[in-house]
Design a protein around this ligand. Structure first.
Ligand SMILES: Cc1ncc(COP(=O)(O)O)c(C=O)c1O
Length: 314
């Protein structure tokens, strides 16, 4: 049987705690068949004050925004979801991450579900021990720098298909395809362009570039997923006196870039050592990625002055 990662955890499912193994949907459910599941995911960090959930309010806001973009009429509001997430993390000691999923559990025929009830499931777990540890083979150990592949064919981030701002499962299909091609070719991560052939983001990360003139830039937030780490890095950079220019970046600018790095909940600040096999800048990690990565790590522990409010203590 494929990995079901049966672990001793409880999942919050529409207001009830159910054992991990019972948090299932039918194989013909709309969300599974049509890719309509909306989710959000944040880290639970070990701090001197106990476990802290990173930017809980912003993640829940983004979950509700994704539901709105996809037309999922979720019945829970911001405060209810935040309270349910906190309760779930409390129920699952040792959790390192929490994922909230909103989905149509109904078995349907058409693309528009007739039963419009949206279920909400919240899981708090340790991705390494509870999921990776149960897989038949282990992924390559995560490196501290990555070899990037620029996906030139698939224009994955397209406003005219599914908004890149919706964290919906359908948006991850081309990421799966492009990244599996890149892994086979010996790369670690991929970067997508948008429909105007400007740099967009990776399948689960946002992009930052220190360009040839030394400016720190990131693609405009309307064209990508509004990454919470992206936004946090912009705020940390401002506190460090490093302005961030949110503007289009052409792929050719990667050739002369001094630094390229990715950001995400799992990735943190992840420097790219090369793009398409061509080394980036003179040194990797570069000084700006190092500085912002250090600052982010402090913030995740609740130890960055001025950013303590980013954590909600359990
Ligand atoms: C498409 C995409 N871009 C960027 C990110 C990074 O977002 P965050 O920093 O909120 O994890 C993600 C997260 O999974 C993502 O799916």
């Amino acid at each position: 049987m494929q990995n079901q990662a049966v672990v001793d955890r409880t999942i919050w499912l529409d207001g009830q705690f159910v054992p991990w193994k019972d948090a299932t949907v039918h194989v013909l459910s709309h969300s599974l068949q049509r890719g309509s599941l909306v989710f959000d995911y944040t880290g639970v960090h070990q701090t001197a004050r106990g476990p802290g959930i990173f930017r809980l309010d912003v993640h829940v806001k983004r979950l509700l925004h994704s539901c709105e973009l996809m037309g999922l009429p979720i019945a829970y509001g911001q405060a209810e979801i935040e309270a349910a997430i906190l309760e779930t993390v409390r129920h699952n000691p040792g959790a390192r991450a929490v994922k909230a999923s909103a989905y149509y559990a109904s078995v349907e025929v058409d693309v528009v579900p007739i039963d419009q009830r949206v279920s909400l499931a919240i899981a708090a777990y340790d991705p390494t021990a509870d999921i990776l540890g149960h897989l038949p083979a282990q992924p390559r150990p995560r490196a501290s720098t990555v070899r990037l592949w620029l996906e030139k064919k698939t224009h994955q981030r397209r406003e005219d298909i599914v908004s890149p701002q919706a964290k919906v499962s359908a948006n991850y299909a081309s990421g799966m395809m492009a990244k599996s091609r890149a892994l086979k070719a010996g790369f670690d991560e991929v970067l997508f362009v948008n429909e105007d052939d400007q740099l967009a983001e990776g399948p689960t990360t946002n992009l930052f570039v220190v360009d040839a003139t030394g400016r720190l830039r990131t693609p405009p937030e309307k064209r990508v997923l509004q990454g919470v780490t992206r936004q946090s890095v912009i705020e940390l950079a401002a506190a460090d006196g490093i302005p961030v220019d949110e503007s289009d970046i052409a792929p050719r600018e990667l050739i002369t870039a001094r630094e390229v790095f990715l950001t995400g909940t799992t990735a943190g600040v992840l420097p790219a050592e090369s793009v398409d096999g061509r080394p980036v800048g003179d040194v990797c990690p570069g000084p700006i990625a190092t500085r912002l990565g250090d600052h982010l790590r402090l913030a995740l522990k609740g130890e960055a002055p001025g950013f303590e409010h980013w954590l909600t203590y359990v």
